[in-house]
Design a protein around this ligand. Structure first.
Ligand code: COA
Length: 207
């Protein structure tokens, strides 16, 4: 028997399974109160947590990987989508790709269209704990620093990048693997390191 029909059958089964899993993932996200646009692509479930008065919105044509075999660049865990405080807004635009990343939002995280978020990236708009040891002891939340994060159009975060509170990454910029971004990144700029610093301009590559 020729291998061609077997390959076709196997491709058909794979695409049918992917379509079914995307529906299951959509239902899971909607169950958690997220809004989800058209053509979500997810072959397995992420982790989603939302405060009842927070927003998680996912745009059209968003692809999310959650298991190692879905992105061989090296996923160490499922994608995590959190909006854990009243009024928090986690907004993901259209044509965004996310691979086993953590988007932890206590105030506002906006991911604009065509952003690529690489394997095991972390995006935090909060420090999680107060800088004051006294406040940490008593679990006081009011002094925990939070500030909005924005990833502008066509940004690419390479694997293992961390983006901290208050950062805007300008359009078309690239953050190199393993970097920690603590300050704004201008548009069309490659940044790298801990803390991330500009390496070179990416100008001239406009769409
Ligand atoms: C350590 C931390 C709490 C300090 O917050 P902060 O006092 O607001 O610090 P700032 O953002 O003002 O940064 C102060 C300086 O330290 C640098 N810096 C901050 N975090 C850094 C990091 N992780 N690596 C290298 N440099 C860092 C900043 O670039 C800045 O230097 P600059 O002024 O030359 O640009 C914060 O940077 C951080 O790491 N937050 C994440 C906490 C976390 O991981 N929580 C997860 C669960 S425990």
């Amino acid at each position: 028997m020729s291998v061609l029909p077997i390959r076709r059958l196997s491709n058909l089964l794979r695409s049918t399974r992917a379509a079914m899993m995307s529906r299951v993932a959509r239902t899971y996200l909607q169950f958690h109160g997220a809004t989800v646009g058209h053509c979500l692509r997810m072959s397995s479930l992420p982790i989603c947590r939302r405060h009842p008065d927070a927003t998680i919105a996912i745009g059209d044509h968003v692809s999310v990987a959650n298991r190692t075999k879905e992105n061989l660049a090296g996923l160490s865990h499922a994608t995590v989508l959190v909006a854990n405080r009243p009024g928090a807004k986690l907004i993901i635009g259209n044509h965004v790709g996310i691979s086993g990343a953590i988007l932890f939002c206590s105030q506002e995280i906006i991911v604009e269209d065509h952003v690529s978020i690489g394997a095991s990236v972390k995006i935090y708009d909060t420090d999680f704990h107060s800088l004051s040891a006294a406040d940490r002891r008593i679990g006081k939340r009011e002094t925990i620093l939070t500030a909005p994060v924005r990833l502008c159009e066509d940004v690419w975060l390479c694997s293992d990048v961390t983006v901290l509170k208050g950062v805007t990454v300008g359009a078309r910029s690239i953050v190199a693997a393993g970097s920690v971004v603590t300050r704004d990144v201008p548009p069309d700029t490659l940044v790298a390191g801990i803390p991330a610093r500009p390496i070179r301009s990416l100008g001239g590559d406009r769409k």
